[in-house]
Ligand binder design. Structure first.
Ligand SMILES: NC(=O)c1ccc[n+]([C@@H]2O[C@H](COP(=O)([O-])OP(=O)(O)OC[C@H]3O[C@@H](n4cnc5c(N)ncnc54)[C@H](O)[C@@H]3O)[C@@H](O)[C@H]2O)c1
Length: 433
């Protein structure tokens, strides 16, 4: 049976390489609509959990996985040999930055090497990891063609950026339109056909480079706008203007304005990283990506600005930062997720410790947090315990926190997220960005 028919009849076997925030929900969607799906991961714990029908991600409940595993429609493995039997492969491995801020595509290469080892018949291979334009054609394609196979004839290769937004209850994998671009037009059509089985709208583009660039435009757009609004916060602070009030009023304009909000710094696996994949590629092509670098500088400054704010506020109260008890509320990079990757809270805690503050934290999603060599444990709090600290710094605005109670009890609150908006009693104790 042709690959096209296998996909249309949902009889194709699918492999997802990398069972993280992107790969696991994708594998679940494929299995849900009837595809026999196997997830491949180097993390044995994740594979074992999946095979027990247990989720390890907040966004994917056990009840979504268990019946699929029971029916044998979804399973995990660490053995790449299964690639011999699959018809389509989706690569969802990490793409971090090296310390030098250069792209680290070694995970993509490791996965592609395994795919190439077992390739040999009509297969569709899709790269989903966010990366710089050119990766699919310049790195993955030559690896797959090494044995003499030809793209568009012996196999199909495409790039399709993942847009999943962890913690977002409104838009899940199947509701978010998916962009696909193939190395050949048939590759684009085949990838489109596959995703149409699980996603409401698929948007084809003319090449893998375009699809790669789409994702980087989206993330750079957010990162630069956050940089801009962070600069607005810094300027407003100098001018004695409340930046949150400014944004709220500006957002009443029905066209030509989209609100972005300042914060303690960028976090997560996307915004602090992806734009630098693009600026690196631009630099190789003799073009300095100035917006990205500038926004990067401003965003990078924000954790230090939070420290300045805490320092100033304590000073006003005749206290020094050295020896002050600072309680951090929320350490994840954004609200209602359990992800601390690149979270500004970690840098803020590091700086506070260096300055001699006594630091503790609470986060309902993060029981333990390593900051340099110290392992912190999340501390539960009450109205009484908050009275005993010198300052509460709200770094992540989890919706489960009772901000009214926090304002009532704490002697000083540094609010980096406008979480205390609308609370009037105790306003004089709140310092906002
Ligand atoms: N997390 C997000 O919100 C998000 C959104 C859109 C795009 N992305 C992009 O998607 C990609 C994956 O991100 P993620 O957040 O899912 O990462 P993740 O770290 O949550 O998951 C990646 C998984 O890949 C596994 N892995 C690493 N090397 C492997 C290999 N050689 N073979 C098999 N498995 C391997 C890891 O063990 C891990 O389980 C990245 O490029 C990221 O930028 C992430």
């Amino acid at each position: 049976m042709s690959l096209r028919n296998k996909i249309s009849r949902r009889e194709a076997k699918i492999a997802v390489i990398g069972l993280g925030y992107v790969g696991l929900p994708l594998a679940v969607e494929f299995a849900k609509v009837g595809f026999e799906t196997v997830g491949i991961d180097v993390d044995r714990g994740r594979v074992a959990n999946l095979n027990k029908g247990k989720s390890y991600l907040l966004d994917v409940p056990d009840k979504d996985i268990r019946p699929l595993v029971r029916k044998g429609r979804l399973k995990g493995t660490g053995d790449y040999k299964v690639l011999k039997e699959v018809d389509a492969v989706s690569i969802c491995v990490p793409t971090p930055l090296r310390k030098t801020k250069e792209p680290d595509v070694s995970y993509i290469m490791a996965a592609a090497r395994e795919v190439a080892r077992y390739a040999g018949r009509e297969q569709l291979i899709i790269l989903e990891s966010t990366t710089y334009p050119g990766t699919t054609r310049e790195i993955v394609l030559p690896m797959l063609e090494e044995k003499g196979l030809k793209a568009g004839k012996d196999f199909y290769l495409a790039f399709s950026p993942e847009r999943v937004d962890p913690g977002n209850c409104r838009y899940k994998t199947r509701d978010i339109p998916k962009v696909v671009g193939g190395i050949t037009p048939r590759g684009t059509r085949m990838a489109k056909l596959l995703y149409e089985q699980i996603i409401k709208e698929v948007v084809p583009v003319s090449s893998t480079e375009t699809a790669e660039m789409v994702k980087l435009l989206e993330n750079t757009f957010r990162m630069v706008n956050i940089g801009l609004v962070n600069e607005m916060a810094l300027i407003s602070n100098r001018l004695g203007i409340d930046v949150w009030e400014v944004i709220e009023a500006a957002a009443t304009k029905p066209f030509g304005f989209m609100p972005f909000y300042p914060g303690p710094g960028l976090g997560g696996h996307c915004l602090p990283i992806d734009p630098f994949y693009l600026s690196w590629k631009a630099r190789l092509n003799d073009f300095p990506a100035r917006f990205i670098d500038l926004a990067g500088d401003i965003n990078h400054f924000m954790p230090r600005y939070v420290i300045e704010k805490i320092n100033e506020a304590l000073n006003e109260r005749r206290k020094s930062l050295k020896g002050a008890k600072i309680f951090i509320l929320g350490v994840t990079y954004k609200r209602d997720v359990d992800d601390v990757r690149e979270s500004p809270a970690i840098e803020i805690m590091e700086m506070l410790l260096r300055k001699g503050a006594v630091v503790s934290y609470n986060d309902p999603y993060v029981p333990e947090l390593r900051v340099n060599t110290t392992l912190f444990k999340s501390v539960s709090f009450s109205g009484r315990s908050l009275k005993e600290v010198d300052c509460v710094a709200i770094i992540t605005d989890h919706t489960s926190y009772d901000y009214r109670q926090i304002v009532k009890s704490a002697p000083l609150i540094i609010d980096t997220r406008n979480a205390t908006k609308g609370i009037s009693k105790g306003r004089d104790k709140i310092v906002r960005l």
